[in-house]
Design a protein around this ligand. Structure first.
Ligand code: AMP
Length: 467
């Protein structure tokens, strides 16, 4: 099947063939005709499946077929993403796929000066890609009008909820014009479907078409997985050995803590392997530079925490290394989703020390198979070394708003890393990717016809991850 058979216009078919895409991926085959027909969509698709083109191409076509309403150029499509990096990547795709169309796009996210974003919005934008916090900042400053919105996309909705953006999303939804048969079209993409996602979807989507291309909580099939048992103190030595002996040119390495990521990047540099760390404590400029250097090959190893790595689209990434296993098993699936993208083969390597056995079992239970274990010559673990707990006992916490019982939330073991290192925290509602707002974000107006979220639980946050 070709892209034109899916009903795409010549300008878009031309743009994708210039990208070297020959056949649409499964999610594209399913999503493109349905979105072109104007239907709402609930899509289960992991990153790496080609989902971005799956919603961007029909979105561009729909916008280019209809004249904008009014004399000014209002935002007609809004794509919300959980992270700045993903926003930037989706924005790049919009520009690439839309290069033969006269549509204008802009991207807004926190961590950078708001003024150039305001100037761009003033000049008129058809498609806006945004992270929730900065979008609310713009709405609060009245630099953005969403009253003419025709298409809303929630990309990686599960991560947005994981990162505590539910309140921001609800605020945004309440400010949008009506959805429904002839109103706004809504598209929700998510890798996993928790009860919370289903509730969000039921409040947002109107008679959605369900699309499912990857089984829930299964590992991307094109990724070969292996684990190397190793002593905890010899992991870095083993990593340098693997990179050098197998001549890996581009490796994404995952750590649980920001401190650990910095330390490992420095140690690898000492070993003569060019490396950069990417995590939430780095400025936006440093993160963008690290990613760009990694993509161009200036930097061979990118050491990342889970949150920083969310949604990173690095073409055909051949190797992903779990230097430390994640303590949340679903993060393993997200991590290795960085490789084997869109049908390209990839390899996920986990360096596992005795302390991480429990994490390994949790992961294998989730993915429903054992990860083959291969001992690297010269790195056989010392059988006399005993396991040490990775996390200190959770400290007593004050009750959270909305949780009057003050019960500790699950899971408790991830609050602090080994040696008391603080694990990277997700942004919480009202903070995180953006400055705390001064309360000037508008309240949902009485005349919006957006349906309220019936089941949203504002005080409830999902378990925090240790990225
Ligand atoms: P995504 O799941 O949207 O993050 O896309 C993953 C990667 O697949 C991106 O690098 C895209 O450029 C690439 N891609 C998307 N669609 C296709 C296609 N039809 N053929 C080949 N590569 C594609």
């Amino acid at each position: 099947m070709s892209f034109s058979e899916l009903g795409l216009m010549a300008e878009l078919v031309c743009a994708v063939s210039e990208e070297g895409y020959i056949h649409p991926t499964p999610v594209q085959k399913q999503a493109i005709p349905v979105i072109l027909a104007g239907k709402d969509v609930l899509a289960g698709a992991q990153t790496g499946t080609g989902k971005t083109a799956g919603f961007t191409l029909p979105l561009l076509q729909r916008l280019s077929k209809r004249e904008p309403v009014g004399s000014r150029r209002p935002v007609r499509a809004l794509i919300l993403t959980p992270t700045r990096e993903l926003a930037a990547q989706v924005a790049e795709c919009v520009v690439t796929y839309g290069k033969h169309l006269p549509l204008k796009s802009a991207v807004v996210f926190g961590g950078v000066n708001i003024n150039p974003q305001i100037a761009k919005l003033r000049r008129g934008v058809d498609i806006l890609i945004a992270t929730p916090g900065r979008l609310l900042d713009h709405i609060g400053q009245k630099t953005l009008d969403l009253s003419q919105l025709e298409i809303l996309v929630l990309d990686e909705a599960d991560r947005m909820l994981d990162m505590g953006f539910i309140r921001d999303i609800r605020k945004i939804m309440a400010l949008l014009p009506a959805s429904g048969r002839d109103g706004r079209q809504n598209l929700l993409f998510s890798a996993t479907f928790s009860e919370e996602i289903r509730q969000l979807a039921s409040g947002l989507l109107h008679e959605p078409v369900h699309i499912e291309v990857a089984r829930r909580n299964t590992t991307v099939e094109t990724v070969a997985q292996v684990m190397h048992p190793v002593d905890r103190v010899r992991k870095q030595e083993l990593l340098s050995h693997l990179i050098n002996s197998q001549n890996w040119r581009q490796v994404l390495v995952f750590m649980r803590t920001k401190h650990g990521a910095n330390k490992l990047a420095k140690q690898l540099e000492t070993d003569g392997i060019s490396s950069a760390a990417i995590h939430g404590n780095k400025s936006q400029g440093a993160r963008t530079k690290a990613l760009a250097d990694f993509k161009t090959g200036t930097v061979r190893v990118l050491v990342a925490t889970d949150i920083a790595a969310r949604g990173l689209d690095i073409d055909q990434l051949p190797h992903v290394v779990n230097f430390e296993l994640p303590n949340i098993p679903e993060d393993y699936v997200h991590r290795i989703g960085r490789t084997g993208r869109a049908g390209n083969e990839g390899e996920a390597i986990s360096l596992v020390c005795i302390d991480e056995r429990e994490f390994l079992h949790d992961i294998e239970r989730l993915i429903k198979h054992e990860i083959p274990s291969v001992v690297i010559e010269g790195f056989k673990p010392d059988a006399s070394i005993k396991a040490e707990p990775i996390f200190k006992k959770q400290e007593q916490r004050a009750p959270r708003p909305g949780n009057s019982t003050g019960q500790a939330r699950r899971p408790q073991r991830q609050e602090r890393g080994k040696n008391g290192n603080q694990l990277e925290q997700k942004p919480q509602p009202g903070q995180g990717q953006h400055k705390p707002r001064s309360g000037n974000a508008p309240q949902p107006s009485a005349n919006t016809r957006s349906r309220p979220l019936q089941h949203a639980r504002p005080g409830q946050r999902p378990a925090q991850r240790s990225s």
